[in-house]
Design a binder for this molecule. Sequence first.
Ligand code: NCD
Length: 336
Amino acid sequence: MSWTRHHVLSLADFSTAEYDIVLQTASSFQEVLSRRTKKVPTLQGQVVANLFFESSTRTRSSFELAAKRLSADTLNFAPGTSSLTKGETILDTAKTYLAMGTDMMVIRHKEAGVPQAIAAEMDRLGVKVGVLNAGDGQHEHPSQALLDLFTICSLLDSENPRLSLLEGKKIAIVGDILHSRVARSNIWSLTASGAEVHLAAPPTLLPKWFADYVKEPNDSSNVDRKLFIHWTLDPALQNADFVMTLRLQRERMTNHLLPSLREYHQQFGVTRDRLQQCRANVKVLHPGPVNRGVEISSDLMDDPQFSLISQQVTSGVAVRMALLYLMGGGKEVGGK
Ligand code: NCD
């Protein structure tokens, strides 16, 4: 199979072959990033616009660096204090970037569906502009889930990271699942691999219907997705191979969903002690930004024996290079 995807908006309809293409392409860019000259001419002359309508540190810098490592010209947009809201204004902003010759748009917005709307508009206009969703509201964050996948699969086989390495593994996702686009994208990718995915959070942050999240009518993957929900932490951690912790997204909470941060940490905070019930070589991930001492204890976060957090950030550049490269029409890298 070859890469045909022009936009990357969601992982809901990603195939095994597409995951493997991203993993293998990222792996070859990881090798480029380990060289003395960390740059390739692949996207020379192309323009990548980072349209971040919502704040970001690592995702935005990571996309910018990825585009620069591929020799693209980058444009950065900051909404600042402007009165941008959903709808026509955003489309007009996108069209302005289009008129400057933008080839790819990386879009983050606090409302779900904005990258999809811009991609639809580009298609309607008949222009070959690729749109990449860098986080839309509570919906999806595909490049984050792909870099998480790459981090995990590279740990299991650095020479040949591939989706099937996760078959039969147990992965816990712990924290504010309700508000998390990272969790939603990861649920698609991790269940596609044949791993068991166990979600853990208080019921206010993990509604019952999440158990059916992967039973969407548009899921044509034929994968038997294994997703479980727990309203206590221990059943999710028992024998887990990987534990993904998530930030409490207080900016998205409209009312009092938690008693107190201290109590939340007591019940759902991931600590070294609690990891004892996981597999001996368990690893911990977090997409960042981290609230130290809330969703994860500060010492665990900095412990290289368990924490993959800085590897996630490093992997992000190679994975985003792979996505921009593939969307820009680059040939996929064959299996090794
Ligand atoms: C996440 C996001 O923005 O969705 N962060 C990220 O992109 N690395 C998660 C978060 O904000 O907690």
